[in-house]
Write a protein that binds this ligand. Structure first.
Ligand code: SF4
Length: 400
């Protein structure tokens, strides 16, 4: 049975309806347990549990140090392409956004990756919009194969594929697959995804299982907070993680903590999740899943990232760019504009596309990042907090 069947019978609404009525005593009882259930998790993210944030933080910090030590793994996203056939209202790469697009060549991908390697990174996340013509399966395989000799950790965040199409990517050297469900609310999902293959909710929901069957040894999931009620999303993500831990148990699992950021199209979040809510959620996830990696990206501000590190985060991006060519300017001479998915001539001298100071390319990013510190600055901060930044945590020789 896939997670879709389990998801369809989840008592999420029951858990959620009770959330405002959860009492402090119920929170205390859940905190007293040595092993938490989904019901306990719902208690720990309830409004009542927000008053227990100090206790939640201590428990979460202690569990994280027991299971992971005082280390933070670092990774960098490398955007291969911002072409996309989908319309996702909250994303800068949406097909109908009239943005500047490019797909990097293999040499340009290497150029970007080499710049990240020089900064110290050994874990890379290859990101691309979903576009079978520009971002074909063969293109992805060739990118992975080109990077594999220099990169012990290669993860993908690309359009979902069939198991058979994932296998050559694993063989080429990819070991991780990240897929955001975006929202676990079917109604909101249908409203947000107005065109393209991504409209198929169930197909996306089953992606981690197909990736696992193909041999990926790291799986990452997450909602994008800001579309539906954050507590609903968190309960569904927890149920999803629980399913994957039971059924895809050979893979290491991560859950991201990602809130919506400003992007082209100027979509405004539909729901609010405060910084305090986010901190509470980090702790609740850690207490429910002591061994699951928790990921925090540069979507969050430096101040908040610094505070969340000791609470339970185990994996962070740093110095990120969300536009293809953002690290070195690779591909900038090939930029083209699309209007409703069609390439149009750029008006010569159009001032809105004039080179910007502090930017090496004018390719449009997926969203604005909030933590603009360099990777080195983030690593220094991690050390000052008493943690060790880890750039490389795997070697292909370990699987030989
Ligand atoms: S979220 Fe992904 S699929 Fe949707 S428009 Fe952005 S890149 Fe394309």
């Amino acid at each position: 049975m896939s997670f879709v069947a389990e998801f369809n019978s989840l008592p999420v609404q029951t858990l959620l309806r009770r959330s405002p009525d959860i009492t402090a005593d119920a929170v205390r009882r859940s905190l007293a347990k040595s092993k938490s259930s989904l019901t306990d998790f719902a208690h720990l993210i309830s409004p009542a549990a927000s008053e227990f944030l100090e206790i939640l933080s201590q428990r979460s910090r202690q569990l994280t140090q027991q299971r992971f030590g005082r280390v933070i793994r670092l990774f960098a996203p490398l955007y291969l392409s911002n072409e996309c056939v989908n319309n996702c209202l909250y994303c800068g790469f949406s097909r109908d956004n009239p943005i500047l697009r490019v797909t990097l060549s293999l040499d340009e991908v290497k150029q970007e990756a080499d710049a990240l390697r020089e900064q110290g990174f050994r874990n890379i996340l290859l990101v691309a919009g979903e576009h079978p013509k520009f971002v074909s399966n063969d293109y992805l395989r060739d990118c992975i194969a080109a990077l594999h000799p220099d990169w012990p950790g290669i993860s993908l965040e690309v359009g979902p594929l069939e198991t058979a199409d994932y296998r050559p990517l694993v063989t080429a050297g990819a070991d991780g697959l990240v897929v955001y469900q975006e929202t676990y609310d079917r109604g909101v999902y249908a409203e947000m995804h107005t065109a393209g293959p991504k409209r198929n909710f169930d197909w996306r929901l089953e992606t981690p299982e197909r990736a696992y069957a193909a041999g990926f040894r790291r799986l990452g999931i997450s909602p994008l907070y800001g579309l539906a009620d954050w507590r609903y999303e968190a309960i569904c993500a927890a149920a999803h993680a629980d399913y994957l831990l039971r059924n895809c148990w050979k893979a290491a699992l991560t859950i991201s903590l990602a809130r919506l950021r400003p992007c082209a199209g100027e979509f405004q979040p539909l729901t609010r999740m405060s910084d305090r809510d986010l901190a509470q959620l980090v702790c609740a996830f850690r207490i429910l899943f002591p061994d699951v990696g928790l990921v925090l990206s540069t979507r969050e501000s430096p101040g908040l990232r610094d505070v969340l590190i000791p609470l339970g985060i185990t994996l962070m991006s740093a110095g990120s760019h969300t536009e293809p060519g953002g690290y070195t300017g690779a591909g900038r001479e090939k930029l083209h504009q699309t209007v409703r998915g069609r390439i149009v001539e750029l008006a010569s001298g159009a001032s809105e596309w004039a080179p910007q100071p502090n930017r090496v390319t004018n390719a449009t990013g997926q969203f604005e990042i909030a933590d603009e510190r360099s990777a080195g600055e983030v690593a220094d901060l991690i050390r000052r907090l008493g943690y060790e930044p880890v750039w490389k945590d795997w070697d292909a020789a370990l699987t030989a």
